[in-house]
Design a protein around this ligand. Structure first.
Ligand SMILES: Cc1ncc(COP(=O)(O)OP(=O)(O)O)c(N)n1
Ligand SMILES: Cc1nc(C(=O)O)sc1CCOP(=O)(O)O
Ligand SMILES: [Mg+2]
Length: 207
């Protein structure tokens, strides 16, 4: 499967009271990957929500990715996204199998991406590119890095951090395959607007 398109990421606070309706609206607009990102330690709720998302994703033929938690991903037979402190990639690849989608946060460092590629990552994520209301403390990185990434890496490149419809075009021009978005998608005033934005992000990527 070609990893190119909009990568929607959930946010439990932003989506409170409209979690499944907004996610379904995004899927309707053609999300390629959906990440379940919940930083709480409420295991029962996390399992319940992740299962609900897996069912929705199956209906829309979208791939579900769990943030941080390889055990939960293994339990649901879906992919996982790991940051630099979320556990090692190689054992996760062994746990989830060769077909699972595994993403790796590489901040602004090509060396981290090269290491992730060696250890079996399916895509590498760089960021943050813009000011992010969701994660203002994430280290920033520049567009130049993307040129080097496209020259040296042979994996899909994901960009994250403050991405909106107004600022995403240069990322695509610099070779990004996946646009990972929280607020710029789910910060919309209505589910119809979420669907419109999802379609417009994919239009930027010409898919
Ligand atoms: C697609 C994507 N890219 C980067 C991240 C950030 O991962 P991490 O650095 O582990 O931070 P948290 O999201 O866990 O706070 C991501 N989740 N997804
Ligand atoms: C979860 C996350 N990781 C980042 C990184 O740079 O690694 S930026 C970020 C937040 C993305 O949300 P928004 O689209 O609302 O800015
Ligand atoms: Mg993490």
């Amino acid at each position: 499967m070609k990893l190119r398109g909009l990568y929607a990421i959930t946010d439990s606070q932003l989506l409170a009271g409209k979690f499944l309706s907004y996610v379904e609206a995004a899927l309707e607009g053609g999300v390629i990957l959906l990440q379940y990102r919940d930083k709480s330690s409420d295991e029962a709720r996390r399992l319940r929500e992740a299962e609900a998302l897996r069912n929705l994703c199956e209906r829309y033929k979208t791939q579900l990715i769990i943030n941080d938690d390889a055990e939960l991903a293994a339990r649901l037979n879906v992919g996982v996204h790991l940051g630099q402190t979320d556990g090692p990639l190689s054992p996760t690849r062994a746990l989830l199998g060769s077909k699972a989608i595994i993403g790796s946060t590489c901040h602004g460092q090509i060396a981290l991406a090269e290491q992730a590629a060696k250890e079996g990552a399916s895509y590498v994520a760089f960021g943050r590119f813009f000011n992010s209301t969701t994660k203002p403390s994430a280290p920033s990185c520049s567009l130049d890095l993307l040129d080097e990434a496209k020259r040296t890496l042979h994996l899909p490149v994901c960009a994250i951090g403050g991405i909106t419809l107004d600022n995403a075009a240069p990322l695509v021009e610099h070779g990004v395959d996946l646009l990972a978005v929280i607020h710029g998608l789910f910060g919309a005033e209505s589910s119809a607007e979420v669907t419109r934005r999802a379609r417009a992000f994919n239009e930027l990527l010409k898919i």
